[in-house]
Design a protein around this ligand. Sequence first.
Ligand code: NAP
Length: 302
Amino acid sequence: MNPTMSEIKLSKVVVYGLGAMGRPMARNLHDHGILIGVKNRTEGKRQAMINELNLEEFEDDESMLSQADCVLTCVSADDDLKAVIADILDLMSPGSVVIDCSTVSPNTARSVADDLASKGISFIDAPVSGGVEGAKKGSLSIMVGADREQYKRAANVFAAIGSQITHMGRVGQGQATKAVNQVMVAGVAQAVCSALAMAEKCNLDLKKAIEVFSAGAAGNWFLDNRGSTMVNDEFNVGFKLNLLHKDLKICQETVAELGGQLPLIDDSIMEYAKLMEMDHGDEDISALIRLKRHLLSPELDD
Ligand code: NAP
């Protein structure tokens, strides 16, 4: 009996986008024996990865992409993904699939899925959570939007890069889940940064205070992992605030399409934009405490 589409696993993957997330994903796919090539806008990063993983040098992009049964994309934002899809659309083979791990809007996911479908190529939106650390360990949480057959077909790709893989529904639902996740991330950051700025102002013993909060109803991951670094003014850890700002714009657009508005999103966008203007865009999202300190001590503005 011939195998169904979902029983034929993907085995020739190309990673497009070798940034902080794409590089470790490519390494994990290579360790699982299913990476055939890599592509990146800046050529130097591509060559470095080819050398590191001892990958085959293809004659050109066309010969690499036409042999791939899957291209895994991980690029910065909506317009970048659209540019990448336009770049590969005519070079991929019908029957192949694009798995996108970037964070973009649900609308962008649906729109590129339509473009690819016109060439017989499938699309899966698969945004991730877990940061660079999760990408290195292959332990990302992956929110998948795809039809069931494609989801099953991509199981081995997901297993190589993630540990929590959840099928959320049709194309676009993975990105909708990620948008909701980012609202929660922003809300927790708002709460913890405000509270710890207040703890500083009350002259509390901050080490003891963080232990107390962690042990009770206020305990959470962000407090445990970013509490002591932020009170020590260490912001070179974790998730860059310019990426959260970009994600919150997607959340704002999604909520507006639903006919509503969430002040938490609007306020967070405004505050992170202010930090970016102050040249803190590459710092961790916990740098929000800088602004909360000013709210509690307006004299700092003088
Ligand atoms: P990054 O380090 O800035 O890398 C971005 C990648 O996208 C680079 O390879 C860049 O190429 C490529 N790129 C950007 N614009 C492009 C364009 N117009 N055409 C082609 N390639 C383009 O970003 P990252 O941290 O890997 O994040 C990638 C995605 O994952 C983002 O959507 C982000 O929101 C999401 N994400 C990130 C994290 C995290 O902790 N970093 C966590 C979860 C999700 P060049 O090398 O040429 O610049």
